[in-house]
Design a protein around this ligand. Structure first.
Ligand SMILES: Nc1nc2c(ncn2[C@@H]2O[C@H](COP(=O)(O)OP(=O)(O)OP(=O)(O)O)[C@@H](O)[C@H]2O)c(=O)[nH]1
Ligand SMILES: [Mg+2]
Length: 357
């Protein structure tokens, strides 16, 4: 799962990215991750994993990971495809969600591309480029589906109406995600691939010690259906240089408890609308894995291994809390707390699953 970090030049994207990289996963553990200087593979913190590992007698623990991509700073006119603009838009198109960094700190030592700190104007500037790019794409799509609809294809007609509504929304300045997928054509959004249909998290890069999301950012988040958090990118980058214990001490001194990066990673993970399930076996690893919401035991098996999926017999499922309360798999089994499920079982967040194959 990929999250693109976007924002105006000097907003603090790379500072934040560097903090994530240093705090990030030991990439060697995740052999299929290409090593790219613009990609940070980070572990998703999950307080459930260690207790599950403990009762299962499993070690080590392997958290789920997500990728953050440091997308080049937005240049005005990106939507017209000038120079870096194309690359910028293409990079965003490949991501599953957008983390939009907004300059909200007042440090005069850091020049602002537009001369003055103004979070709302900055959000507008970035979103205007994404909206323009989407408009152009939607106009092209409209022409195509209109031709198909003209031949009397009802599905094409439903899609045509939907694309027209998306265009109307974009012209009002609303994101494509504000227009629900049309009945009967659930694939229409995937075919349009609008940038503004991706979930968004606003990250207000605030002065050290500030904790409230600036009013202007909170308001925009509310209206556009986006998430919003604050972070001090510079502080996070400095803390990421320290040993974990030292960093925790510093954080406590500054009055914070949870790492800003942890909150960011968790908020970004939540954007993706996934559920987390766990696998844990005595003498082997305990692992957190993500699955799209609505995914089945069969899908979960595929996440573990294609061979296991191919040989799927049944899934043994227990909510993580019940397993931890029981104290062991054996005790949970005695209590009858472990259910047997078939391949169509819809996995719930927090399920601990053993696939029999
Ligand atoms: N005071 C302060 N300065 C910051 C903070 N975050 C970033 N900066 C500074 O702002 C400047 C720009 O930060 P970058 O992270 O390079 O910004 P960017 O968004 O990657 O910029 P481009 O790559 O040009 O688009 C650097 O000098 C950072 O040290 C912060 O939280 N507080
Ligand atoms: Mg940068």
């Amino acid at each position: 799962m990929k999250i693109g970090i976007v924002g105006l030049p000097n907003a603090g994207k790379t500072t934040l990215f560097n903090a994530l990289t240093r705090a990030g996963a030991e990439t060697a553990v995740y052999p299929f991750t290409t090593v790219d200087p613009n990609v940070a593979v980070v572990e998703v913190p999950d307080d459930r994993l260690q207790p599950i590992a403990d009762v299962a007698g499993a070690s080590p623990t392997i958290p789920e990971t997500i990728e953050f991509h440091d997308v080049a700073g937005l240049v005005k006119g990106a939507a017209e495809g000038e120079g870096l603009g194309n690359r910028f838009l293409a990079a965003i198109r490949e991501t599953d969600a957008i983390c939009h960094v907004i300059r909200a700190h007042a440090d005069e030592g850091v020049p602002h591309p537009n001369g003055r700190v103004d979070p709302e104007r900055d959000i507008d500037a970035v979103e205007a480029e994404l909206t323009l790019a989407d408009l152009e794409r939607a106009e092209g799509r409209l022409a195509r589906v209109a031709r198909q609809a003209a031949s009397g294809d009802p599905e094409a007609e439903a899609e045509r109406e939907w694309v027209q509504r998306v265009i109307d929304a974009l012209e009002r300045g609303d994101p494509a995600r504000s227009v629900p997928a049309p009945d009967g054509v659930p694939d229409a959004p995937a075919r349009l691939q609008a940038l503004t249909s991706k979930p968004v998290l606003y990250v207000a890069n605030v002065d050290e010690g500030a904790t409230d999301v600036p009013q202007a950012v909170a308001g925009r988040a509310e209206r556009g259906g986006a998430g919003a958090i604050t972070i001090s990118a510079r502080i996070e980058a400095e803390l990421a240089e320290l040993e974990p214990a030292e960093a925790a001490e510093m954080r406590a001194e500054m009055g914070g408890s949870e790492s800003g990066l942890d909150s960011l990673i968790r908020a970004a993970y939540e954007l993706l609308d996934l559920v987390t399930f766990f696998t844990a076996h005595a003498g082997a690893e305990a692992r957190a894995r993500s699955l799209r919401r609505g995914g089945t035991a069969w899908d979960a098996a595929g996440k573990v291994h294609t061979d296991i999926q191919a040989g799927f017999v049944r899934a043994e499922v227990i909510p993580w809390r019940d397993l931890v309360d029981a104290g062991s798999y054996a005790a949970a089994r005695e209590r009858g707390a472990i259910r047997t499920e078939g391949r169509d079982y819809v996995v719930e967040d927090g399920d601990v699953i053993t696939i029999r194959h």
